[in-house]
Design a protein around this ligand. Sequence first.
Ligand SMILES: Cc1cc2nc3c(=O)[nH]c(=O)nc-3n(C[C@H](O)[C@H](O)[C@H](O)COP(=O)(O)OP(=O)(O)OC[C@H]3O[C@@H](n4cnc5c(N)ncnc54)[C@H](O)[C@@H]3O)c2cc1C
Length: 451
Amino acid sequence: MITFVPEPHLLDSPRGRSWPPAPDPAPPHGPPPDRADVVIVGAGPAGLAVASALWHLGVRDLVLLDRGGRPCGRFFDRVDVLRQRVLRSPYEHHPGVEGYRDCELLDFARLHWSWLTPVERREIRMAQAGHRSVVPVDVFEAYCRHIATLHQVDGRTWRATVREVRPSADAVTVRGDGFAVTARSTVLCLGEERTAAPGSWWHGEMAPPGVSHWDEPVPSGPERLIVIGAGLSAAHLIANALGDGRRVHWVVRAPRERYQCADVNASFFRAEGRARFDGTGWDERLTLMGRHRRASVMFEFRPLLRRAEAEGRLTVHRGRAVTGIAPGRTGGSVVRLADGPDVVGDHTVLALGTTVSIGDGLLPGALTGARDGWPDLDPRTLAYRRAPRLFAVGAAAGMVLGPAARNIDGHRVATARVATAVAAALAGVTAPLPAEAGAGARAGEQVAAHV
Ligand SMILES: Cc1cc2nc3c(=O)[nH]c(=O)nc-3n(C[C@H](O)[C@H](O)[C@H](O)COP(=O)(O)OP(=O)(O)OC[C@H]3O[C@@H](n4cnc5c(N)ncnc54)[C@H](O)[C@@H]3O)c2cc1C
């Protein structure tokens, strides 16, 4: 295995450069239309990849629905709140479309040579020479904007929260507050939600004062930060806090923190890695997913965290399970541990990872066919087996494509399968969309149609 550990100076690219302006995309006005060929729920990197691929296949009657309304908005918000300046994936991983004349991420970076720092230029030369190199988040964001503009994605993206997805025999109706869109096919690109804390940690729904989550800004001011979690988000939070001169308590449930060179083993981005999921039994895939989705921190953090621990700026509570969190007597919060003293801090951040959104809650449960938290998908098309007009791209395809499904390159593989299937289904359809198209049908009726 090749270990790629970027030097600290490679990890610090500028953010917020003013890139040459792209043609100003007109955002759509009013509610989404009530009919479309295809609806995509979620306009993250996965939704962007699917929309762009469909554009090349001649499918232009698209509606993208996203809570934030900004293509890739949640991805960049999360990256920025953690102050991550470079991607964890190489230049080949991007949401542009393969096999067409789309500008690749590396070409895009080269075209913007004069905007780049000497370090960034050297990394591009590394990538051109076929070596592993580091992609600035700033370049990636400008590229995503370019891809969105090129494929007319902005003008088809509505800010909307989808509450219900109802497939029928010949269409899928997607509903939210005050709108319903009926389409021939719908692609769920929902990504992952942050994992909630166990209900036993505090009373009531709301976290106690002085507690926030990894994807929210950490308030300025608190001097002693408690970070709970063992993954990369926890590592970023700790590194940022130490950099800001704070003292940190790190609560790790495992006996020791785990370091590795990438968040997904590189083999899973290649055909031989994906082959480990093709035709393999469910239990074996489940074991692989469990092993490769364990919380871990990238090697580049290790020297910093070890040094801070040795200097007493970081206290690591290894092998400690949290049993509760309560407000402190004089502000801040107290974290109770199963078998150890309480940890007292001015603020606590929960970095408990993410949970894959598979469409449950939107779809009738019988249609997701969920098993061990994974949907029942046709591996050839990534269609839900019990709702063949509904598809999944992104982390939800993990049990078909392996752990890389959650990453940008996994979206590329999933998109190729889904876009082809969606376009082929549209090409074979001549009848108009049914007037009702499931818009008025009830969940039970649709389940009966597909189970
Ligand atoms: C901090 C961080 C750094 C990462 N770095 C990398 C990296 O360098 N390389 C890499 O390959 N991967 C990276 N990842 C993994 C990364 O999450 C994925 O590559 C990518 O964001 C997933 O794209 P997505 O479109 O599937 O999900 P998201 O980016 O989460 O997009 C899903 C969208 O769907 C919307 N949505 C969900 N439910 C609904 C609903 N009901 N109604 C309306 N909208 C909805 C969400 O609001 C969101 O906008 C990183 C992840 C994090 C958290």
